[in-house]
Design a protein around this ligand. Structure first.
Ligand code: ZN
Ligand code: ZN
Ligand code: ZN
Length: 321
């Protein structure tokens, strides 16, 4: 498969999740998909049957027929995977055939966002958990629905990463990888594109009325970082199960004014870790309809980007420090 693997074939519409799971709940079918994914070219019936390695051709033919039109297509040169079939294979390779490396914790060359002391990262069954070595961390203690829940001291959140992200990488490299993935996902999100399925995202702006403006913890009302981040945005995919949330600043990722400003500060917007980016803050200008101003505080000046209810940029100004 080339890097510019094109596939304009769509699977048949209207395949419900229940039906899709049922279709895939059979080892012969999974084996057919796996063999087609490994093949460099379309496979004829006999070749594919031989590779799957079951003796009963009628049974093989039945299962192949079940996948046709949804995950597999028969073309003039033989059987090939449709995009949906390839996605099944990608999901398996990113998570199921490889296991997470052994649970371990290491200090890496990245500062805590709250106190700037070194952080440690630990492999978990979800990705990489961050811990501050000195302070109580962003989530070291937090309030969940009125009850104070105490996480392990220093806990500052988990970066979601599939097991394959650790293949051939140190924990520190895996952390950098996760940061790049996160930046690119935020750019998708800011353009209302679901990074899982490419369907549109819908966003909802929420202003925390009782926001804790004292930086250095988690706001008890909204669960977002305390300090000047009282506007949060919730995003959901209209098609799949993707849900994302976070403060307003993330919705500006990839906007040209934001990219130009970061590049000017010598910061690569794709690879920058949270600690490498300048401080940001935002404020609510009007509530009905909503308009808000977002600021990046750079070395010599500050960029102020104003957005409306639809999160469209309506004004960009630079303020000297
Ligand atoms: Zn800290
Ligand atoms: Zn709040
Ligand atoms: Zn989606």
């Amino acid at each position: 498969m080339s890097a510019f693997d094109t596939n304009d074939e769509a699977s048949e519409p209207g395949l419900s999740p229940e039906y899709a799971f049922a279709l895939l709940g059979n080892e012969v079918r999974i084996s057919i998909i796996h063999e087609l994914a490994k093949a460099e070219e379309p496979l004829g019936f006999n070749d594919l049957w031989h590779r799957v390695g079951i003796s009963d051709s009628g049974r093989f033919n039945y299962h192949l027929g079940e996948l046709e039109g949804h995950f597999v297509r028969k073309g003039a040169d033989g059987y090939v995977l449709l995009e949906a079939g390839r996605n099944v294979v990608h999901a398996v390779y990113s998570g199921m055939l490889t296991e997470y490396p052994e649970r371990r914790r290491e200090q890496i060359d990245q500062p805590c966002l709250l106190c700037e002391e070194p952080i440690e990262i630990e492999v978990t069954h979800q990705g990489l958990a961050r811990f501050c070595t000195v302070c109580s961390g962003a989530y070291g203690s937090r309030v969940v629905e009125g009850e104070r829940m105490t996480a392990e001291r220093g806990y500052s959140g988990t970066m979601s990463l599939p097991p394959a992200a650790f293949e051939g990488r140190t924990l520190s490299d895996a952390y950098r990888t996760g940061q790049i993935i996160l930046n690119l996902r935020m750019m998708h999100r800011a353009r209302s594109i679901c990074h899982h399925c490419a369907a549109p995202l819908e966003h909802e702006v929420e202003v925390c009325e009782d926001h804790d403006m004292e930086p250095g913890g988690i706001c008890g009302s909204c669960g977002v970082l305390s300090g000047p981040y009282q506007v949060s945005v919730r995003s959901r995919c209209v098609n799949c199960t993707l849900r994302m949330g976070g403060d307003l600043g993330f919705m500006l990722y990839g906007r040209s004014s934001w990219m130009a400003y970061l590049l000017e500060q010598g910061i690569n917007p794709v690879t920058a870790t949270a600690a490498e980016r300048p401080d940001w803050s935002h404020e609510v200008l009007t509530t009905d309809p909503f308009t808000g101003a977002f600021r990046w505080h750079g070395e010599a000046d500050t960029i102020r980007i104003t957005v409306d209810e639809a999160l469209d940029v309506i004004d960009v100004t630079r303020e000297r420090a």
